[in-house]
Design a binder for this molecule. Structure first.
Ligand code: PLP
Length: 374
């Protein structure tokens, strides 16, 4: 049929899906899904108003991520907007479980709701699988993040997903650090797989967006309803850029991940470096679960500089190729001292979180070595 839209085959590898999906495929249609800055559409189909019904550009992003994660994806204006849509599913008086090491924005949102009396909050150590399994019994929302930020502890997601819980309970995994290329939370038993598309999907530090993926049709409708009523819709340009970023995501991740493994090993052997936290190192406390559960170990490394906070700050200021900047998952390497951030004072004072990019690995190492030499 000449005018039928071709759909991407579901059995392709993630690397190919990232490239071929999210396109129209009809003769005469643009090869790339266009950037559609539209609030409203001519009436006559199910698409009337973009906040309610989406746009072709958002849908390209949703199609790509949905195929990668094995579910239906709803895109949001930022990662936190997606997180808020998941928390929006809770009723007053719910019980929420959250890791002790967890993205700060999620902690802030959960604590605010707790202070307002909307839900109670219990924090658990990421690697305390038995504790999670026990606490799941009467929890309403189980929020996992694995590997965790910034200590990179890997949770036993499969074991926690199979814990006994209330039929109405919801389990969400923050998949931002792993990405859908290294971990598919819905396959492990999660109800929601969340990613900040600001990070690896966008990959170029130039947009904010979030994606939440579910298998259940009722949860998809609930997320779309939250987006419609909160107005947390993706920008047209951001969705377009996120799709553009997704095209190269497998290549970027492969290169950055190989760089990260190599740098983690070299850092671990450096006399001015204390503990190195990277799930790919056999010395990592949750390396065994990481090997079993993840297809790759990611691009984030946390390491302690020997000495105090000032010594770690000095390392950051001496780096040239690696940018002293927050965030992660982009083509460029970035580093920051996490305990310097308000609310993160509990972290080791000289811990640096390095997001490894796609630069030449020997040049990255030369930069780190020179900065550590003082
Ligand atoms: C960045 C991030 C978020 C929040 O996403 P935004 O796009 O910044 O709103 C949530 N979780 C993790 C692990 C993140 O790294």
């Amino acid at each position: 049929m000449v005018n039928e839209k071709k759909t991407a085959p579901k059995d392709l590898s993630a690397a190919s899906l990232l490239v071929v999906s999210g396109r129209d495929g009809r003769p005469g249609s643009p090869l790339n899904r266009p950037l559609v800055p539209a609030s409203n559409f001519i009436l006559g189909t199910e698409r009337a108003y973009s906040r309610d019904d989406g746009t072709p550009t958002w849908e390209a992003l949703e199609e790509i991520v949905g195929l990668l994660e094995g579910g239906h994806t709803v895109a949001f204006s930022s990662g936190m907007a997606g997180v808020a849509a998941v928390f929006d599913q809770l009723r007053v008086g719910s019980k929420v479980l959250l890791p002790d090491d967890c993205y700060q924005g999620v902690v802030g949102l959960a604590e605010l709701g707790n202070q307002k009396g909307m839900w109670s909050l219990q924090r658990l150590a990421v690697d305390d699988t038995e504790g999670w399994v026990r606490a799941c019994v009467d929890a309403d929302l189980i929020w996992l993040e694995s590997p965790s930020n910034p200590l990179l502890t890997v949770a036993d997601v499969r074991a926690i997903c199979s814990a006994a819980r209330k039929p109405t309970s919801l389990l969400a995994v923050d998949n931002t650090f792993a990405t859908s290329l290294n971990q598919r939370p819905l396959d492990l038993g999660a109800d929601f797989s969340f990613q900040s598309a600001t990070k690896f999907i966008g990959g170029h530090s130039d947009l904010l967006a979030g994606v939440v993926t579910v298998r259940r049709e009722d949860l998809r409708a609930a997320l779309r309803c939250s987006r419609e009523l909160s107005g947390a819709t993706p920008g047209a340009l951001e969705a377009f850029l996120a799709v553009r970023g997704a095209r190269t995501m497998a290549l970027r991740l492969e290169r950055a991940q190989a760089n990260a493994m190599s740098l983690a090993e070299r850092l671990a052997a450096h006399p001015r470096v204390g503990r190195v936290r990277y799930p790919g190192l056999s010395s990592h406390p949750t390396h065994a679960i990481a090997r079993d559960q993840l297809r790759g170990f990611g691009t984030i490394i946390s390491f302690d500089v020997r000495g105090d906070a000032a010594a770690a700050d000095a390392v950051c200021s001496r780096l040239g190729l690696i940018h002293h900047a927050t965030s992660l998952g982009a083509v460029e390497s970035t580093i920051e001292r996490r305990a310097a951030i308000p609310g993160q004072e509990h972290l080791p004072p000289s811990l640096l979180r390095l997001s490894v990019g796609i630069e030449n690995v020997d040049e990255l190492w030369a930069d780190l070595e020179a900065a550590l030499r003082d």
